[in-house]
Design a binder for this molecule. Structure first.
Ligand SMILES: CC(C)(COP(=O)(O)OP(=O)(O)OC[C@H]1O[C@@H](n2cnc3c(N)ncnc32)[C@H](O)[C@@H]1OP(=O)(O)O)[C@@H](O)C(=O)NCCC(=O)NCCS
Length: 115
């Protein structure tokens, strides 16, 4: 929310926040990552990969069989990171013009099934 406010001001930020956090519910066997971020100056060094691997390890040890997250269509870095770790897009939600000024128009719901 803080980041959104920096870029879009309070009203638009609140709208985007609600859209991005619209809760579709999670199943009992699912662990959903709500936010994942690495400071700008530390990116590209494998920290994001390590964070997601640790979450996956925690999920497995805790008995979850599904790991999930949402990524907006323009966030190529996050999509690549997730694909590299075995996540697949299972649903696309289109927001159309609602979110265009925030530089995304869709969100991908990505899942990884754990053995
Ligand atoms: C997405 C994010 C967490 C990645 O963290 P990171 O520590 O930079 O990630 P890594 O260094 O582990 O990179 C892992 C993979 O991501 C992909 N990637 C990372 N940065 C990328 C970029 N700028 N462009 C394209 N792919 C990129 C690559 O596939 C990379 O694997 P590779 O190094 O083998 O090519 C980070 O960019 C971030 O905090 N972004 C802002 C917040 C955000 O978008 N969160 C995700 C919401 S789901």
């Amino acid at each position: 929310m803080r980041e959104l406010r920096k870029h879009f001001g309070p009203l638009k930020a609140a709208i985007y926040y609600l859209i991005l956090n619209f809760d579709r519910g999670v199943s009992r066997n699912e662990l959903k990552v709500e936010s994942l971020a690495v400071s700008e100056e530390m990116r590209g060094q494998g920290i994001g990969t390590e964070l997601l691997k640790r979450v996956e390890q925690f999920a497995t040890e805790s008995g979850y069989s599904l790991l999930s997250l949402d990524v907006v269509d323009t966030n190529v870095a996050a999509q690549k990171l997730c694909e590299k770790l075995g996540f697949e897009v299972v649903r696309t939600t289109r927001f159309g013009i609602l979110t265009r000024s925030a530089e995304f128009t869709s969100s991908y719901y990505m899942q990884k099934r754990m053995r």
